[in-house]
Write a protein that binds this ligand. Structure first.
Ligand SMILES: NC(=O)c1ccc[n+]([C@@H]2O[C@H](COP(=O)([O-])OP(=O)(O)OC[C@H]3O[C@@H](n4cnc5c(N)ncnc54)[C@H](O)[C@@H]3O)[C@@H](O)[C@H]2O)c1
Length: 437
């Protein structure tokens, strides 16, 4: 099929590349000309394992190209995927400006019937609104379908190629069948395709992310109690996770969830609830718990140093919101760095992939280290914010030698308490540091 994917970010790029890889003819359209130029040179503009290789192979095979000319991108395809951003406004409601702009572009340039697939995460009613807008403005028939994306940054390619399920929200059965056909190569392992209304699909995506965020806030609240009560939350996590009704996924306490999805989508669903006249008490709490949790490392640092923070030097390992991505949007590390700087603490950070994005945000306000150990030179403490594999079994002796004080604030609970004692570190994890709640 001839496809256009509008928006070449984390979702659009993976979508376009994977659909080209199954033999479709794909054009990636983006309003960011520099991004289009880089992609056209075969440069993968984001760090995502495996993506660059498939991108270049499909460009070489002539199935994938990138352009910034809306008119030709829209005219030449049968199916148009929308994967533009839907960032939160200051009140937490999703900003749909890019979705509406793309809708108007499609209406202006479509010269034959189109299937318009919304991949972006959007509030309930957005698909119906876009359908009405296109019915009114377009010269040709456009069928709007909602096909939410569940990929996780860091394993986006394999998530897209082996989805747990495919959700298709459509009022038009023919359009739904075309979208299902596009997914056929990815669901050969009997994964289900759930077809439903557009509104139900929109709600499914918000509900899925909010459910996972709820589990994280839940275990974080339990962890904070464990800190206060002198319990190791890992014992509790193992105790509840091995209950098959509960399981272990998304039950890891930490410095709060971040990224471009969970914080935004929980707030987005809060707005959906309010608009529907439903009081979103649970979701508001999930959001509040997370807001406080992203400050947990700073609170522990402040308490340990009894508020005498000015002039201290703190090393940070890991700044991306999770491992195997360079994405620092809403990352707990960014919140911590802001707080450290405000308190007069100097910061040196290391991340295997996200330093360029961090530099774009903080410039010369902090120092950067391309490798892990030099980050520690002369540091009064180390704060770990992302569980990259390279931090899991470090050379503790080397670390101790480089640091002014052997103190670790571990926002990802990477090390055993026993190892830390044996290695001579003062160690504060999340839900495992009796007395330092
Ligand atoms: N990142 C994820 O892990 C993830 C997972 C599932 C769903 N989503 C959802 O997918 C959507 C996109 O997320 P993302 O992380 O890929 O965003 P992103 O910011 O990485 O990419 C969005 C892209 O759209 C482009 N764009 C914006 N307006 C445009 C316009 N009018 N015309 C053409 N291009 C335009 C931008 O230049 C950018 O390249 C969001 O709604 C997000 O919630 C994201």
């Amino acid at each position: 099929m001839k496809l256009t994917v509008i928006g070449s970010g984390y979702v659009g790029l993976v979508t376009g590349v994977c659909l080209a890889d199954t033999g479709n003819d794909v054009v990636g359209l983006d309003s960011d000309v520099a991004k289009v130029d880089a992609l056209s040179r075969g440069e993968c503009v984001i760090f995502e394992p495996g993506l660059g290789e498939i991108l270049r192979a499909n460009m070489k095979a002539g199935r994938l190209r990138f352009i910034s000319d809306k008119s030709s991108a829209i005219r030449q395809s049968d199916v148009i995927f929308i994967a533009v951003g839907t960032p939160p406004r200051s009140d937490g409601s999703p900003d749909l400006t890019a979705i509406h702009a793309v809708g108007d572009d499609i209406a202006a340039h479509a010269d034959q019937p189109k299937i318009v697939v919304i991949k972006s995460t959007v509030p309930v009613g957005t698909g119906d609104d876009l359908q009405a807008r296109l019915d009114q403005k377009s010269r040709v028939k456009c069928s709007v379908v909602n096909n939410p994306e569940f990929l996780k940054e860091g394993s986006a390619v394999s998530d897209f190629q082996k989805p747990d399920r495919v959700i298709i929200g459509a009022e038009d059965a023919e359009a739904a069948a075309v979208v299902a056909e596009l997914h056929e190569p990815f669901i050969r392992n009997q994964r289900p395709v759930h077809t439903m209304t557009r509104a139900a699909a929109e709600m499914t995506k918000y509900a899925a992310n909010s459910c996972l965020a709820t589990r994280i806030s839940f275990i974080n609240q339990i962890a904070n109690m464990c800190d206060a009560l002198g319990i190791d939350v890992n014992d509790v996590r193992r105790g509840i996770g091995s209950d098959s009704r509960i399981g272990f996924q998304f039950l890891y306490p930490g410095a709060g969830y971040g990224g471009s999805c969970f914080p935004k989508d929980v707030q987005g669903l809060i707005h959906v609830a309010r608009k529907a006249g439903v009081q979103p008490d649970l979701l508001e709490s999930v959001h509040q718990v997370n807001f406080r949790q992203r400050q947990v490392l700073f609170r522990k640092i402040s308490k340990r140093f009894e508020g005498k923070l000015k002039g201290l030097s703190v090393a940070i390992w890991g700044v991306s919101f999770k491992p195997r991505t360079d994405d620092i949007r809403e990352a707990p590390a960014v919140v911590l760095i802001e707080q450290l700087l405000e308190a007069g603490i100097s910061v040196r950070a290391h991340d295997p992939e996200a330093l360029d994005n961090l530099r774009a945000l903080f410039g010369d306000r902090i120092a950067y280290s391309p490798s892990a150990y030099p980050t520690l030179d002369g540091a009064d403490a180390l704060a770990i914010c992302t569980e990259w594999n390279e931090f899991r079994s470090p050379d503790f002796e080397e670390m101790r030698k480089r640091m002014r004080k052997p103190i670790i604030f571990d926002g990802r609970n990477l090390y055993s308490l026993q190892t830390m004692r044996k290695q001579g570190f003062e160690y504060y994890g999340i839900g495992r540091s009796a007395g330092l709640a």
